[in-house]
Ligand binder design. Structure first.
Ligand code: ADP
Ligand code: SF4
Ligand code: MG
Length: 366
């Protein structure tokens, strides 16, 4: 078994809610991330999935130290890096890089592609000697499937998929061990999503990257991840291998999410369970007592309002070796095969006819 490269325990990010202009008074908190436990294994891909607003981006920003946790710890190769600052933080940050969601706003429109991809070398000059940077940048463009001769062009001369390749090249510039990709394909056309996911999967293998892949889309996450964490209202509620989560989910929330994933096979579609979730996601300023999912859970009972379910292997599954034996934060965790065929959708497919726009050809003009 591989060693965990990142270990996250009890991670919390609360944003204070204040009122008043002169005398600011805290009247509450947005509990964006509210106690997350995770391990990222070396050279593995951990998928994080959950509805919009459940805290995925906040978690991502804490992992790469763009934001400081309110509580909890992050260990990198066994070293507590939670409170690092100054040179010590710069040293660690180099190894944990991020790819952002929106390739349209995350690239500075006034910088050339060469300057964007080479920007990390300004902060970490020892990663590439000045005279060697141009060559490195060209090499990075080549690695992500872009023509190295594009170094002097500007972001607006590229399509969305190509821009995300530029973002990935920048994420790889310092040769990091960990790459955190926050919804890297959500802003892209469906037809080009698969190409970017496949690129990330290929790079993960080639460079033995430890990848955190975040998405609200269950089928995309399965396509690339070997382990998956399902988030709800600031917490991970179920965690396991892709087969455990997709074929043997035990948490009612995971089961409901899976039941809404499109199934391509009409036979399987007919036999699968549809679970409709009632109500809306509660506000992260008012998290329900006990189990935070209880206001939408069809299995909720009295105990659910009183006791917080911990993310652990449910007692009844601890004694045997089946695929239901994985952590699930539910008092009444129970295996339920939601998708009979075993595969929730085929994952993203390569988009037909869009190769020309996305391959390393001429960049678009829009
Ligand atoms: N800087 C911030 N200040 C206050 N609230 C925030 C801030 N950033 C995120 N939030 C809130 O935290 C919750 C989680 O947000 P986010 O991490 O972006 O979720 P996701 O990426 O899963 O959509 C949301 O309710 C969001 O409005
Ligand atoms: S603990 Fe109760 S409310 Fe929460 S998911 Fe399980 S059954 Fe539903
Ligand atoms: Mg987000």
């Amino acid at each position: 078994m591989a060693e965990p490269i990142l270990t996250v325990r009890g991670l919390v990010k609360h944003y204070p809610l204040t009122r008043g202009i002169v005398f600011r008074k805290q009247i509450g908190a947005v509990k964006a991330v509210d106690g997350v436990d995770l391990d990222l294994f070396a050279a593995g891909t951990l998928g994080i999935v959950g509805e919009s607003g459940c805290g995925k981006s906040t978690l991502a920003r804490m992992l790469v130290h763009l934001e400081r946790p309110t509580a909890g710890t992050i260990h990198y190769r066994g070293e507590d890096i939670t409170g690092l600052s100054g040179r010590a933080l710069t040293r660690v940050r180099r190894n944990i890089q991020m790819v952002f969601q929106d390739p349209y706003t995350s690239l500075n429109p006034r910088m050339t592609v060469g300057d964007i991809v080479g920007e990390p070398f300004e902060i970490h000059p020892d990663a590439a000697p000045r005279g060697d940077r141009r060559r490195k940048v060209r090499e990075l463009l080549d690695v992500v499937g872009l023509d190295p001769d594009y170094v002097n062009r500007y972001p607006h001369q590229f399509s969305g998929g190509q821009r995300q390749r530029i973002g990935i090249a920048r994420g790889l510039a310092l040769n990091p061990e960990v790459l955190v990709a926050d919804e890297p394909v959500s802003a892209l056309d469906v037809s080009v999503q698969a190409q970017v996911v496949n690129l990330l999967a290929a790079l993960q293998r080639e460079f033995s990257l430890s990848l955190v892949f975040i998405s609200h889309d269950l089928s995309i996450v399965r396509h690339i991840s070997d382990r998956v964490g399902v988030m709800y209202l600031g917490r991970v509620v179920e965690l396991g291998s892709d087969a455990e989560i997709y074929d043997h989910p035990t948490h009612p929330y995971t089961q409901a999410l899976l039941s809404a994933v499109p199934v391509p096979d009409p036979g399987a579609r007919e036999h699968r369970e549809r679970i409709l979730l009632g109500g809306d996601v509660p506000s992260p300023t008012r998290i329900p007592s006990g189990c935070r999912f209880r206001t939408r859970c069809w299995k909720a009972r009295e105990r659910c309002a009183l006791e917080v379910p911990l993310l652990e292997v449910p007692a009844e599954y601890r004694i045997w070796e089946g695929a239901a034996r994985h952590p699930s934060a539910c008092h009444f965790a129970e295996e339920l095969q939601v998708v009979p065929s075993g595969r929730p959708g085929e994952g993203p497919r390569e988009g037909g006819g869009s190769e020309g726009a996305e391959g390393p050809g001429e960049p678009g003009t829009g």
